[in-house]
Design a protein around this ligand. Structure first.
Ligand code: ZN
Length: 218
């Protein structure tokens, strides 16, 4: 696979050079996205932590050690290339399912997004306040999402899981009521009626991350 990595790095270098030469902001944005995709392609097939232990019997301490090592590497890169502080315009409510990558969902690695992640996209009082805080901070669009093949939704329909996770079950079953509550909060309702805020409800197709038609709210 080494030659693939070398080729990918060479292509990345060429793309970066081309983007800087062309210097149009749209070109830079698109080439940046291509580079992120190239990075994902390079890492995606690797087993987690297999560069530490190939027998997949890592202890929690070994997983933690690897996590710290990866963080150190990533933080060092970020120190050398500081990120621009962005003002978020969008807030997302997304399930905690690791198959969903919110940067991919938005097609954007910049910090224009507040992201609240909960199992099953449950929207309890705490999350409602988090999203209202985002609105108070200037967010213009809230995207409330659910997704296909959601484990929390399946758990809410399974008697054994319901007994094990009663609070989460209730949170999933009462999602529509919580959304209605959120939309009725005074600040949120006022921003919506004045046209300063848009709230969209969508279902994410988990495999592709396409946004599908919105989920119904009773
Ligand atoms: Zn889910």
């Amino acid at each position: 696979m080494a030659h693939v990595k070398v080729a990918a790095i060479a292509v990345a270098g060429l793309l970066t050079s081309a983007a800087l030469l062309l210097s149009g902001t749209r070109t830079q944005f698109l080439v940046g996205g291509a580079l992120v995709s190239a990075g994902v392609r390079l890492q995606d097939h690797l087993e987690p932590y297999d560069f530490v232990h190939e027998d997949a019997t890592e202890s929690p301490e070994q997983v933690w050690a690897e996590f710290q090592k990866q963080n150190e590497l990533s933080a060092t890169v970020r120190e050398r290339f500081p990120r621009t502080a962005e003002h978020p315009m969008v807030a997302l409510l997304v399930c905690m399912d690791s198959r969903i990558d919110t940067s991919e969902l938005a097609g954007d690695t910049r910090g224009y997004y507040y992201v609240v992640r909960t199992a099953g996209s449950v929207l309890g009082p705490e999350e409602q306040e988090m999203l209202e805080l985002a609105v108070a901070n200037g967010v213009k669009l809230i995207v409330l999402t659910r997704h296909t093949d959601c484990a929390a939704e399946k758990a809410a329909g399974d008697p054994a899981m319901q007994a094990q996770y009663p609070t989460l079950t209730r949170g999933v079953l009462e999602r529509d009521q919580r959304v209605a509550e959120f939309l009725a909060r005074p600040l949120v309702a006022e921003r919506i009626s004045s046209g300063a805020l848009l709230v969209k409800q969508v279902v994410i197709e988990t495999g592709s991350e396409h946004l599908l038609a919105g989920f119904p709210t009773r």
